[in-house]
Design a protein around this ligand. Structure first.
Ligand code: PXP
Length: 237
């Protein structure tokens, strides 16, 4: 069975909108695990727009689940990752002005930096994944850089505007997954996966984990709304 990593960044987004203490991402992680998540994923961004250092520390110390830290390959975050020691780290490109991670990591173009970061994280006992587009050169470079895993960027598939385009993107993901597995890499996938588009990706042979965040948090807001209002209604005289 393909594992499900639930990304809870946007629980923290709601909290940071008011800079308060709720909703608590650790509590959300507990509920996600109760719902069948196999791992919890968070992205500690350099600008700390949602997840904070304390969240990562608490997820690690208060829960015993598998923790996957998405991160940019920058010294401050590498040091934090080595200190906290998540089970997995996934290197992603990061630009301050982006709404979410936009493209895959250019492992070919930034090879030495990626290789050194992989080595620094592996030295702390962390399994390292690289978030890349399903492009053969990038997958091969990920292997050469010493990565244990790749996470194939499913954004182009998720955002494709026609069935033909989606089929083309899916084919690229399948080929990428096959190449990664041939090279001995663990192959994960994620980004933009929703209830209406996850099945085809989930059926790609040999995938290890799908990391899904925004669509799950968005759905949680809706399926929880009725109860949340009822509880408030009962408190108001
Ligand atoms: N995988 C990676 C590497 C990501 O950067 C993200 C977004 O933080 C996700 C998966 C989850 O994407 P989404 O929130 O669109 O499900």
């Amino acid at each position: 069975m393909v594992r499900l990593g639930v990304n809870i960044d946007h629980v923290a987004t709601v909290r940071q909108a008011r800079k308060v203490w709720y909703p608590d991402p650790v509590e959300a992680a507990r509920l996600a695990l109760a719902g069948g998540a196999d791992a919890i994923t968070v992205h500690l961004r350099e600008d700390r727009r949602h997840i904070q250092d304390r969240d990562v520390e608490r997820l690690r110390s208060e829960l015993s689940c598998s923790l996957n830290l998405e991160m940019a390959a920058v010294p401050e975050i590498i040091a934090k990752a080595r200190e906290v020691g998540p089970d997995d780290a996934c290197l992603v490109p990061e630009r301050r002005e982006e709404v979410t991670t936009e493209g895959g990591l250019d492992v070919v173009g930034a090879f030495e930096m990626v290789r050194d970061t992989v080595s620094a994280l592996k030295g702390a006992g962390i399994l390292v994944s690289l978030f890349i587009d399903p492009v053969a050169e990038q997958i091969e470079a990920a292997k050469r850089a010493g990565a244990d895993a790749i996470e194939l960027h499913t954004g182009a598939y998720a955002e494709s505007r026609s069935a033909d385009a989606a089929a083309r993107e899916l084919e690229l993901l399948k080929r990428g997954a096959e190449l990664g597995q041939t090279l001995g890499l663990r192959v994960n996938a994620g980004h933009g996966l929703r209830y209406d588009n996850v099945l085809a990706v989930g059926r790609i042979p040999g995938l290890h984990t799908l990391n899904i965040g925004h669509s799950i948090v968005a759905r949680a807001v809706l399926v929880g709304m009725e109860r949340a209002v009822r509880e408030m209604r009962e408190l108001i005289p």
